[in-house]
Write a protein of this length. Structure first.
Length: 235
């Protein structure tokens, strides 16, 4: 048989347990809610600068069997890649939006003026990365395959270049497996991780045809996007 005092003590203990449990639930909920809130914080929008090489009086390389210019194809690729990147939530800045050159009409040295403009656009955009699009050409028509370049001694450039080169190699026939170092102005003009993609050879008739095809351009740009996404996922 229990005494009244003992019963009161047991009841008191129960109340303490109930209050403690309630406090645990409340604090647990607060912690959970703040954890969920933290996990759904939107990531800051990443900015990608897509640079279509050449333009204006500088058409770049010319097709082996047609008069298609590199400047025109660079822009087609840049516009397609822009659309895909925007669909994936990136902010995209194009250096060149049409076939006009980026140089000042009054500049004596148009090439220098044009490159300066590209640099200004990259700096102003505070780019998270830069992708410059070009088409290759070579004396031997058998040369073919996409090649990605990065600036020597740029660790972030090398990581980005490797990610994109591997993605291209996986998806695009003849694309090289390993990126190369090169001191291109565009790769050196800012601190943003930067790559220059030579999408293929206009001097190779088969590749010229592929590079001019809408389907191939889309497939190629998806591979570029995949490489960019992989780079951002790891870094
Ligand atoms: Zn070029």
């Amino acid at each position: 048989m229990f005494s009244k005092g003992h019963k009161f003590f047991v009841l008191k203990k129960r109340w303490v347990a109930v209050i403690l449990l309630a406090l645990l639930i409340v604090f647990g909920c607060v912690i959970c809610t703040s954890a969920i809130k933290t996990s759904i914080q939107p990531k800051p929008t990443r900015c990608i600068v897509i640079d279509a090489g050449h333009g204006g009086i500088d058409g770049g390389a010319i097709g082996e069997t047609t008069d298609v210019t590199e400047a025109y194809l660079n822009l087609q690729f840049a516009l397609k890649l822009k659309k895909l990147c925007e669909e994936y939530g990136f902010k995209v800045v194009l250096t060149r939006k049409d076939m006009k050159g980026l140089y000042s009409l009054f500049a004596k040295n148009k090439k220098k003026s044009e490159m300066q403009k590209r640099k200004e656009i990259i700096e102003k955009s505070a780019a998270d990365l830069v992708v410059s699009i070009h088409m290759n050409s070579f004396g031997l028509s058998t040369a073919r395959g996409a090649q990605v370049y990065y600036a020597p001694e740029s660790e972030s450039g090398k990581k980005l270049a490797t990610s994109v080169q591997v993605a291209l190699h996986d998806e695009i026939e003849y694309a090289k497996l390993t990126p190369k170092e090169e001191e291109f102005y565009l790769l050196l003009c800012s601190s943003a991780p930067s790559i220059l993609v030579e999408c293929g050879f206009l001097s190779n008739p088969e590749e010229e045809q592929l590079l001019s095809s809408q389907d191939y351009q889309t497939k190629f740009c998806y591979a570029l996007l995949y490489g960019i996404l992989k780079y951002f996922a790891i870094n």
